[in-house]
Structure formats: structure tokens, C-alpha cells
Design a protein. Structure first.
Length: 461
């Protein structure tokens, strides 16, 4: 009995720390404290679980910990910061698979003793449905982000109808298993349909929508964990799963709002297909270009510079060189700010994390709604690998696939410099008319090397 009091106390403290972690991580000033609170909460949760009276074999648990560490430690230390979206997606897959497998084990253990329609069976079927579909959906999201498979939407005739039929089939089998718990011969088919639906759910979604998909899958994984908590009568899982599910859902809502999209449009719209704008092919329009030697004097003479980072900066791992560029401009008396779009990169907060890693002061990061009024007075807008988030077609072309999506209005600056490898379209597959504006100069090349050249030229000046 005393050990169970300790377990419940550990769970209660862990739950409180997880709530505080979310609260503190909502502000840059307290985010480090929030991370530490979350880490301490997880330590208490694991320690409390190991003291539970149902634990009968610590050797197997130790083996699982060693195997998990062998996978997790390399993921943490070897995967670059640019791979955070992929790492998040595959982490969701592992977590959801764990939920699904635990649910399957509990089904075979509890089903013989359950009455038809019992609450435990409802909870188990719900958590396994969400767990297994989230697992395969997260694997597909990882593959798209890692470009193991095409990032474009994969569409085929009758796809939506097939998706509905597979999901309905999974629900029917779940209903049978709930009301006829001993129908175990149907259980593998239920699992297979849930896994298949997860794959079909994400393959028609384009790479431009992956940030929202990741947030939504995070919500699914949390809800599955919460349902597992009800099935196992585990208060910690109920609370933590609810926190995860709710926060992931709210984040997905924020991301959809940032892209002016609805959930149904994201999940079923096939967004991300190549859709050239009305401006015509890139090769038919003149493009102005400049070198770092030409750009440096203009930046030195500017009173204000707004740096707009995007996924190209992440791919080139140029955040440290961009931070050096910011420091040199500040030393020259130039007012420098970073304009951050909510969906820049491939996951929420991607640019914030990269710039924080490079020790850029957080008060220099400005959201788009706050920076846009200042853009007409900005002397130089320096775009580092951003594309869709600065595409004026979203504002000016109602027929565009990203029409209505809020953008950073870099085109309104007095001068626009774009660091980019080439003229390819962004993740949305839409041509950017900003490249051809009279006030735009293209700086072709790797973002990291170009930033280094700019720093060198500024030093010489």
C-alpha cells in the first residue's frame, strides 16, 4: 500500500510539472524552465511506473530501456537541427505504435472477461484505431519530409471513396469487437485497416501542409494515449494524453489559420500540386541578379534591414552565418530584425529554434503581423531561402492555390535581396512573382556560403 501512495504521488507531481511545462514554454523568457519541468515530470512518471505493483520483470524493462536508448540517443545527437520535423514525425510514429501494441496486448488479456459494450472495450478500440493510423501516417510524413518518397500529393481516381470505405470498415470491425469481445479472429483485420488508413490519409497531402499534419498527428497520438489511460485506469496517461491532444489540436488550428486553410482542405485537398501562376514560365521573364560584393555596400548604407529566413536556410545550415551577418550589420548601426512566418520551414517554430541555436536575441524575432506595417519603410528585405511565405500571389491572385494565406510582405520593401540556389518553386509548387519585381535582386548560391561572403565583404568595408 505505501508503494502505491508513492506511485500516485509521483504521477500527481508529474502531471503538475507537465502542465507547468506547457505554461512556461509559451514564453521565450521561461521556455528553458518549461523544458526542465517537462524533463523532471517525465523522470517522475517513469520512476513512479517502475514502482508499480504490476511490474514483475525488471530485466525485460532494462532490456527495453537499452534498446530504446540505442535508438533515441543517436536520433538526438546525430540528426541535425534541420531534421527536427522528420525527427518529430518519426517520434510520433514510435509513440503511436507503442500505444497500439499496448492496446493489442490489453485486448487479448481483457477481452475474455469483458461484458459486451463495456467502457474498457470502447476505450481500447478508440486508442488502437488512433494509435495504429497515427503510426503509419507519421511514417509517411517522415518519408515525405526526408524526401524518401515524393513530397507532392499522390492522388488516384476514387481515392476519397476508398478512404471512407476503409475507415468505415475499421469502425464496423471495432464495433463488432466492442459488442462481441471474443471475436478475436476479426482483430488482425481491424489493425490492418487502421494501419492502411493512416497511409492513405497522408499520401494525398503535399509537403507544404506537412507542418499542420505533424501538429494534427501529435494531437491524435495524445488522444490515443489518453484513451489508453482510461482503459488501464491510469490517471497520468489520461492527463498527459489530454494535454498532448489538446495542445496539438490547437497548434494545428493556428497553423491552418496561418495558411488560411481549413482542416478538410488540408487533409483532403491535395494541396502542393505543381500549379504555375498566371505570370508564365520563369524562363520567359527577366531576372535581376547581384553578387555579395554588390549587395554588401547596399546593406551597409541601409538604415533598416529585415532578414526573412526560410527552409533554404535550414537545409544549408546557414543559421550561424546569418547570425554573424546580423551582428556585423548591428555593429555598423543598421537596425536589423528577423521576420518569422508561422509556417516557415517544415514545422511550427522551425525558424525560431534554428535562430535560437545561433544565439540570435529573441526580441529580434518579429511575427508577420507585426513586421508587415514596417515593410514599406524597410530599406532592404533579405530573404534567405524563403519562398511560399513571401509569395505575393497569395495576396494578389485569388486563383492561386495559396490565395488568402498571410505572407510576409517583403515585396513592399524598398529593395529586396533573395538568396536562393535557383528559380525552383517552393513546397506549394507555385511560381513566385516576387523574383521578377523591379526592386528584387537574386543572389544565386548556397545560403551558408552566400552569408559568409556577405560577412566577409562587410568586414572589408
Amino acid at each position: 500500500m505505501p508503494d502505491q501512495i508513492i506511485v500516485q504521488a509521483a504521477y500527481l507531481l508529474a502531471s503538475g510539472l507537465f502542465i507547468l511545462a506547457l505554461l512556461w514554454m509559451s514564453s521565450p523568457k521561461t521556455s528553458r524552465r518549461g523544458v526542465r519541468a517537462g524533463e523532471l515530470g517525465m523522470l517522475l512518471a517513469v520512476a513512479g511506473t517502475l514502482l508499480h505493483h504490476n511490474v514483475v520483470n525488471y530485466e525485460l524493462i532494462l532490456a527495453a530501456v537499452l534498446i530504446g536508448s540505442a535508438v533515441g540517443v543517436p536520433m538526438a545527437f546525430l540528426m541535425p537541427m534541420t531534421a527536427i520535423p522528420q525527427r518529430t514525425a518519426i517520434s510520433h510514429a514510435f509513440g503511436a505504435l507503442a500505444v497500439g501494441l499496448i492496446g493489442a496486448a490489453e485486448y487479448y488479456r481483457l477481452a475474455p472477461a469483458q461484458a459486451p459494450g463495456s467502457f474498457v472495450m470502447w476505450a481500447l478500440m478508440f486508442e488502437m484505431l488512433l494509435g495504429f493510423l497515427t503510426c503509419t501516417a507519421s511514417v509517411i510524413a517522415f518519408a515525405k519530409l526526408q524526401e524518401i518518397m515524393p513530397t507532392r500529393p499522390i492522388m488516384f481516381a476514387g481515392q476519397k471513396l476508398l478512404n471512407v470505405a476503409i475507415f468505415a470498415g475499421a469502425l464496423v470491425l471495432a464495433g463488432v469487437l466492442i459488442f462481441v469481445p471474443l471475436s478475436s479472429q476479426l482483430f488482425p483485420a481491424f489493425v490492418a485497416l487502421a494501419l492502411l488508413f493512416g497511409i492513405l490519409l497522408v499520401i494525398p497531402i503535399g509537403g507544404a501542409d506537412m507542418p499542420t499534419v505533424i501538429a494534427l498527428l501529435n494531437s491524435y497520438a495524445g488522444l490515443a494515449a489518453s484513451a489508453m489511460g482510461f482503459a488501464l485506469a491510469n490517471k497520468l496517461l489520461i492527463i498527459v494524453g489530454a494535454l498532448d491532444g489538446t495542445s496539438g489540436f490547437l497548434l494545428a488550428v493556428i497553423m491552418c489559420k496561418a495558411m488560411n486553410r481549413s482542416f478538410s482542405n488540408v487533409m483532403f485537398g491535395g494541396f502542393g500540386q505543381l500549379a504555375p501562376s498566371a505570370g508564365g514560365p520563369a524562363e520567359e521573364r527577366p531576372v535581376r541578379s547581384m553578387t555579395a560584393e554588390e549587395a554588401a555596400p547596399m546593406m551597409e548604407m541601409a538604415r533598416s534591414v529585415v532578414i526573412i529566413p526560410g527552409y533554404g536556410m535550414a537545409v544549408a545550415q546557414a543559421q550561424h552565418r546569418v547570425a554573424e551577418l546580423y551582428e556585423h550589420l548591428e555593429e555598423l548601426g543598421v537596425d536589423v530584425k528577423f521576420a518569422i512566418h508561422p509556417v516557415a520551414g517544415r514545422m511550427p517554430g522551425h525558424m525560431n529554434v534554428l535562430l535560437a541555436e545561433a544565439d540570435v536575441p529573441y526580441d529580434k524575432l518579429v511575427e508577420l503581423e507585426d513586421i508587415n506595417p514596417d515593410m514599406p519603410q524597410t530599406d532592404v528585405a533579405l530573404i534567405v531561402g524563403a519562398n511560399d511565405t513571401v509569395n505575393p500571389a497569395a495576396r494578389d491572385d485569388p486563383t492561386c492555390a495559396i490565395a488568402g494565406m498571410p505572407i510576409i510582405e517583403a515585396d513592399r520593401a524598398k529593395s529586396v535581396m533573395i538568396i536562393k540556389r535557383g528559380m525552383s518553386a517552393g513546397f506549394a509548387g507555385i511560381e513566385n512573382p516576387l523574383y521578377y519585381n523591379e526592386n528584387t535582386q537574386m543572389m544565386f548560391g548556397d545560403a551558408k556560403k552566400m552569408a559568409e561572403h556577405l560577412v566577409k565583404e562587410l568586414q572589408e568595408l
